[in-house]
Design a protein around this ligand. Structure first.
Ligand code: BEZ
Ligand code: FE
Length: 303
């Protein structure tokens, strides 16, 4: 009989899992147990703290719905999502536009739109976003899909504005396709930076840490075309006061933009314009560049 104490328990647990047939699962679980046990030993975790942690995770799970993914929010605010993004980008075979977080507010099947359409149902001050989708050498990619989603001018996503509605209507989102020269243009509004959802356990954590909880103003994009690595990224507004302290660590310098008042190249005059070209890397063996999911797909998959 092996003696189990506060140190040997780690090897004993890992040895019992050694029968795992899937080698990757075996590796991940052994490493998880090792780090988990080291963490508990390092902080000398007490029974009360252990139960508090379990209660916290239980609350995180119970906050999840098809439209609210508190676990992704937790991962985001711990820097885990940004880390997974960076690790995943190292697997890309070519360096395209920098990626950023998908976040919890992505929804599949946003309305199909025509060039120049406005994605916001009740805009106050419109802006234009335009540019090209190309490969890494600058060759245009026709018919690439450009999905966009964002908050409104007051900093709320459609899902937040319709909290509690069974099937919230889509707003501030849409899907465009590039023309024969890889070009796209659309109208939207400049979103306001906003506080991540703070009415759940992750909000309690953020407050306990005295963090401000804000994301700087940003516009999400998911850009894809057959044969290319799907690009999940976002553009960030230069002037936002939280540009250097994003609560979820998504800002990358190359993605910071500033609308230009009288841009002579803008395809729609009279609106401030943001010009941004997206570069797609060739598809790699792992296929997609997407890190994250529509929350409704996660809930569905786990039933
Ligand atoms: C967002 O991009 O909207 C977002 C990302 C992570 C957490 C919360 C919100
Ligand atoms: Fe967002």
């Amino acid at each position: 009989m092996r003696v189990i104490d506060h140190n040997s328990i780690t090897d004993v647990a890992i040895e019992q899992m050694a029968s795992t047939p899937d080698p990757r699962l075996k590796q991940i679980m052994a490493s998880l147990v090792r780090h988990l046990h080291d963490f508990a030993r390092e902080v000398d975790l007490t029974p009360q703290e252990w139960i508090e942690g379990i209660t916290f995770l239980t609350n995180v799970g119970q906050k999840c719905t098809p439209f609210r993914q508190e676990f992704i929010l937790l991962s985001d605010t711990l820097g885990m999502s940004a880390l997974i993004n960076h690790l995943h980008d190292r697997r890309a075979t070519q360096m395209g536009t920098n990626t950023s977080l998908l976040g919890p507010f992505y929804r599949q099947n946003s309305p199909n739109m025509n060039p120049g359409d406005c994605i916001v149902k009740s805009p106050r001050q419109q802006i234009v976003i335009y540019g090209k989708v190309t490969d890494v050498d600058g060759n245009p990619i026709p018919n690439a899909s450009v999905e966009i989603w964002q908050t409104d001018e007051d900093g709320a996503y459609d899902l937040q504005k319709q909290d509690g509605v069974a099937v919230p209507e889509m707003d501030m989102r849409g899907t465009f396709h590039t023309d024969a020269n890889g070009g796209y243009y659309l109208r939207t509004v400049l979103p306001l930076g906003y506080m991540i959802p703070m009415d759940g356990p992750v909000g309690d954590m953020i407050r306990a840490q005295k963090r401000h909880g804000y994301r700087p103003s940003h516009i999400h994009f998911l850009v894809g075309a057959p044969g290319y690595r799907e690009l999940v990224t976002a553009l960030y507004a230069q002037d936002d006061e939280h540009i250097d302290s994003d609560t979820v660590f998504g800002v990358v310098e190359t993605l910071i933009v500033n609308p230009v008042k009288d841009d002579p190249n803008s395809p729609m005059k009279g609106y401030p314009a943001i010009h941004f070209d997206f570069k797609l890397a060739k598809a790699a063996a792992e296929g997609t560049g997407r890190v994250g999911a529509d929350p409704s797909q996660i809930v569905k998959a786990s039933h």
